[in-house]
Design a protein around this ligand. Structure first.
Ligand code: LLP
Length: 409
């Protein structure tokens, strides 16, 4: 199922994108609630033959309205910090519906999360030892295994290869089992997360096999958690993860494993991008069009402070000229207003861009706002959710006061 943002889409649920910037200002993050619902349904369909649960990796987008929407459609939560846990609970989640997947955090953060009722994904042997000493067999946990498989859109977002910092290497299984036995730790699940932007089924199957093989050594499991990482379409024509094929193949292996294990387990996924990326748009206004001898530059009223993916990963975000869709095509470098080389797109063909035109960056729903900053003392944008054909402000634009709030004279 190919769920992409339409290249020609200049409106969401009948609401014109350019009008949204008139109403709420620019730059502006906009999310289409229907897209999120469709993505959730697509994943449910792909894994309908097994007991599958989604734990939305909310680092992708922590807006409370998005979390509430997820909750209302039966999606649970994966968090990576006390802050995300708090936001999740504010959105109405019970702690028991939240998995805490830390990465080398101070142990007191784990203690607080566990005491609140969240389930932790233990990611190191020292943490496992501490967990045993602190909680013995009184609290359940999952263990995050590093399967030593390299997959993902680029090296920065691969998290399961041998050199990655994440999880406990599967090669240390004997030591894991020793600590579990010593403290009678209640390991109810095994977890792994391979990386982000993974298109092919092969790495997902490879890590599933490794995790299921490892699971044979743990008699009291209730859950196998395969993480997130499904690829979405950033570029027109991008191939994406074939969810139907992946669903069939993983479910088949999972069912065979449950039969052998003698118990029906739950299969968890932690998608971030897959659920929210395509729902989001970053709308910006063109500040200056500069016809330089070397290049045509389009400057916009945004930059790496609002959408850092192109600069950080060389990520492609499709751009629409909302104000002049039928203009003659010209080639531009689309750049920001930050005092750094913040290039959103190089040599990009766009309908002629004029000063004041509204541009839309697609696929801005995941790792857009959550990775934004106040660099150059710039305020973060407002956020709007479109649902039932209505646009609602779900985060106000920051003010200078917000920026100064923590500074002391
Ligand atoms: N589970 C764990 C433990 C993770 O670390 C992540 C993402 C996910 C699930 C969700 O992965 P997703 O389905 O979104 O691919 N900022 C980067 C992506 C980094 C993802 C970090 N961990 C980007 O914008 O491409």
């Amino acid at each position: 199922m190919q769920l992409t943002q339409e290249e020609t889409s200049h409106s969401i649920q009948g609401i014109d994108l350019a009008e949204l910037t008139e109403q709420f200002g620019s730059p502006l993050y906009v999310y289409d609630a229907d897209v999120i619902r469709r993505k959730v349904t697509a994943l449910q369909h792909a894994f309908s033959s097994v007991d599958m649960k989604m734990k939305y990796a909310c680092k992708a987008n922590t807006n409370l309205s998005i979390l509430r929407l997820m909750r209302s459609i039966g999606v649970e939560l994966d968090v990576v910090s006390p802050g995300e846990l708090e936001i999740g609970m504010l959105a109405g989640y019970e702690a028991g519906q939240i998995t805490f997947t830390p990465s080398g955090v101070p142990f007191y953060e784990v203690q607080e999360a566990v005491e609140k009722g969240a389930i932790v994904n233990v990611d190191s042997l020292p943490l496992l030892e501490w967990f045993g000493q602190t909680f013995g067999n009184t609290k359940p946990c999952l263990i995050r295994i590093k399967p030593n498989v390299a997959a993902g859109g680029n090296i920065k977002i691969m998290t399961a290869h041998a050199d990655s910092k994440f999880g406990i290497s599967v090669l240390l299984l004997d030591q894991i089992l020793e600590v579990v036995k010593k403290y009678k730790i209640r390991v109810i699940g095994l977890h792994q997360h391979t990386g982000s932007d993974i298109k092919d089924a092969a790495p997902f199957l490879q890590v599933a096999d490794i995790l299921l093989d490892t699971a044979r050594h743990f008699p009291d499991l209730e859950v196998i958690d395969l993480g997130g990482g499904f690829k979405v379409s950033y570029k027109p024509g991008d191939e994406i993860t074939d969810m139907k094929l992946l669903g069939n193949k993983i479910s088949e292996r999972f069912q065979a494993f449950c039969k052998e294990y003698g118990r029906d387990l739950q299969l968890w996924f932690e998608p971030g991008k897959f659920l929210v990326s395509e729902s989001g748009y970053l709308l910006v206004k063109t500040t200056v069009v500069k016809e330089d001898p070397a290049r045509n530059f389009v400057h916009v009223d945004s930059g790496l402070n609002h959408l850092i993916r192109p600069m950080m990963y060389g990520a492609y975000h499709h751009i629409l000229n909302i104000s002049n869709p039928a203009g003659a095509l010209k080639t531009y470098n689309v750049v920001g207003y930050i005092c750094e080389t913040d290039t959103f797109a190089s040599d990009r063909e766009l309908p002629e861009v004029r000063q004041g035109d509204v541009l839309a960056f697609l696929n801005a729903g995941a790792y857009g706002f959550t990775m934004s900053s106040n660099y150059n003392a710039r305020q973060r944008p407002a956020e709007v959710m479109i649902d039932n054909g209505e646009a609602k402000l779900i985060r106000r634009r920051e003010t200078m006061e917000d920026l100064l709030r923590t500074q002391l004279d």
